[in-house]
Ligand binder design. Structure first.
Ligand code: ATP
Length: 455
């Protein structure tokens, strides 16, 4: 089945409580979206899978959580004030703004893609993507600050504090997840390109001589995370090394992990070799030494940095697109979200077949309470069993447990698996453990840790 288009995904996401347009009752706001009750669970599961693998299961990475607003000198030293911009073109007629990259042809020759008028597009101009704000009571140029456009800079700026407090030697990494803001000219494609989004980035500091080995290691490790831990279809993933002319100003080599979206192959995550660009820039900007003692040479060296950087929202979108499955069952169409059980917002839903039988409802509710001790579980009796199954399939719940009249006699319930729809009858008090076992115990929750290369 080809990947469903973003409208289909956005409609499912809204209908089932994953993602809503921000401030929708006021007409929404381009580039901003809210996560609903199931979306926040899915997003948290993606973040937990990253933190677990990038920080907790490793012994060479430390986590931090830095402030979004930093001293504006950070963004001067990093090059963002001068250079974090996209060339853009305005239409004088309809007032819409376009990224030069998105236009098919020379703006002086082509028609405006929105209103169709010719000769109305301006010359390309650089447009800085950082959101500026003012800090403190005086609104003048000295109070200007920026909402961070990436999380990475905090890891460079706090390099010395982390290395010293945690007594680190090379190689080691600093990881962070959190909000970033970019005044994107053309936000869109649902949650693919946002103006407020979350990133998960890790700066891995290595001896300069080891950069190529670690770069290859991280490209491979990150690719495997998408397939092995998030369960994304490997056939829809590819690695794309950047050509020399598309490298960012700080990068010596970059490989993107791309996914085959309905809009075509696009970046999901980038692994960049940032060399010593950032630490040196901040050493110059701050006047502080940002280096680490190298016992072998007996000197301080400035490490090189390998950076895997990904967007949380783009990951959520990918999980939804990748899991979306339409099947023909008997004479009916079945829509199932075949996502990895680790990511499913609800792992097990208890569905009583008859909601007007108090003794059945009581058992089903007691079972839900037991299940909740082990896994995220839900109780639902608000519709017919067919509709209840459909709802759980569409939100990716791996197991449904039905409690029926026979339960009153045999003290058992039926567990139905989402993808195969196979059913098994299990004694009520054994259901929670059985579901935990079917989920694969610890390994299903945590995935496989990767061992770093000897360095
Ligand atoms: P693009 O080329 O798509 O603008 P980028 O190369 O500028 O992205 P990076 O600065 O490398 O992106 O950011 C790392 C990751 O952060 C990207 O791989 C993507 O997953 C995510 N990301 C970047 N910009 C956005 C955005 N506007 N909305 C959502 N996610 C984003």
């Amino acid at each position: 089945m080809p990947a469903p288009n973003f409208d289909v995904i956005a409609s499912l996401a809204k209908r089932r409580g994953f993602v809503f347009p921000s401030s929708e009752i006021y007409g929404g706001m381009a580039g901003f979206w809210d996560y609903g009750p199931l979306g926040v669970e899915l997003k948290n599961n993606v973040k937990a899978a990253w933190w677990r693998h990038m920080v907790q299961l490793r012994d060479d990475v430390e986590g931090i959580d830095a402030a979004i607003i930093m001293n504006p000198r950070v963004w001067e030293a990093s090059g963002h004030v001068a250079g974090f911009s996209d060339p853009m073109v305005d239409c004088r007629s309809c007032k819409l703004r376009f990224r030069l990259d998105d236009l098919k042809g020379d703006p002086s020759e082509i028609a405006c893609p929105n209103c169709g008028n010719r000769g109305t597009l301006t010359e390309p101009r650089q447009f800085n993507l950082m959101f500026a704000t003012q800090v403190g009571p005086v609104a003048d140029s000295s109070s200007v600050a920026y909402l961070r456009p990436e999380t990475a800079q905090a890891m460079f700026v706090q390099f010395d504090n982390v290395a010293t407090s945690m007594r680190r030697k090379l190689p080691f990494g600093i990881a962070q997840m959190g909000r970033s803001f970019r005044n994107e000219i053309t936000p869109g494609n649902f949650i693919f390109r946002l103006r407020e989004f979350e990133q998960m980035e890790m700066e891995f500091f290595v001896h300069p001589r080891d950069e190529d080995e670690w770069f290859a290691y991280w490209v491979d490790a990150r690719h495997r995370w998408w397939t092995d831990v998030l369960g994304i279809d490997a056939a829809r993933l590819r690695l794309r090394p950047h050509a020399a002319d598309e490298l960012s100003h700080y990068s010596k080599q970059t490989t993107d992990i791309e996914y085959q979206y309905p809009i075509g192959w696009s970046e999901l995550e980038g692994v960049a070799d940032r060399t010593d660009f950032d630490l040196k820039a901040h050493a110059v900007g701050s006047g502080k030494r940002l280096a680490i003692f190298d016992e072998e040479s007996g000197e301080h060296i400035v490490p090189y940095v390998i950076e895997p950087a990904m967007g949380v929202d783009r990951a959520v979108l990918t999980v939804l697109v990748d899991g979306y499955t339409e099947e023909q069952v008997a004479n009916e169409k079945r829509l199932v979200l075949k996502i990895h059980p680790r990511l499913a917002p609800i792992k097990a839903a208890v569905l009583p077949l008859l909601r007007n039988r108090p003794e059945l409802v009581e058992r089903a509710r007691a079972l839900t309470a037991d299940l909740k001790q082990l896994v995220p579980a839900a109780y639902d009796d608000t519709a017919s069993i067919g509709k209840l199954y459909r709802r759980q399939d569409e939100i990716g719940t791996p197991f449904c447990v039905t409690v029926d009249v026979e339960t009153l006699d045999d003290g058992a319930a039926t567990i139905r698996e989402r993808d195969t729809m196979t059913q098994e009858r299990v004694a009520l008090d054994l259901v929670p453990q059985r579901i935990a076992d079917l989920l694969g115990g610890r390994s299903a929750w945590e995935g496989v840790a990767r061992t770093p290369p000897a360095s």
